[in-house]
Design a protein around this ligand. Structure first.
Ligand SMILES: [Zn+2]
Ligand SMILES: [Zn+2]
Length: 82
């Protein structure tokens, strides 16, 4: 299987999984937490913003599933966008 076919295969796999909520949850989780290796990812959540207060870790219900409002974005994610 060459590289082009591999990406096509992956795209089909993603489309097949679009109705799979567990798959989408995992996809959001990856985007949400970043690489976990850069200095921004290693920063601690503030624990006082709306996003942090929703996290089960801070006594929330875990509905929003958003990144801390005061935590800078993952350095490696911004690299790939630019
Ligand atoms: Zn926060
Ligand atoms: Zn990162």
């Amino acid at each position: 299987m060459d590289l082009e076919n591999f990406y096509e295969y992956k795209a089909v796999m993603i489309l097949n999984n679009l109705n799979n909520s567990t798959y989408l949850k995992n996809l959001n989780r990856i985007r949400f937490y970043g690489c976990k290796k850069c200095k921004n990812c290693k920063m601690v959540d503030c624990g006082i913003c709306i996003a942090c207060k929703d996290k089960p870790r801070f006594g929330g219900l875990g509905i929003r599933k958003q990144a801390c409002k005061y935590k800078p974005r993952c350095l490696n994610i911004s690299k790939t966008i630019n």
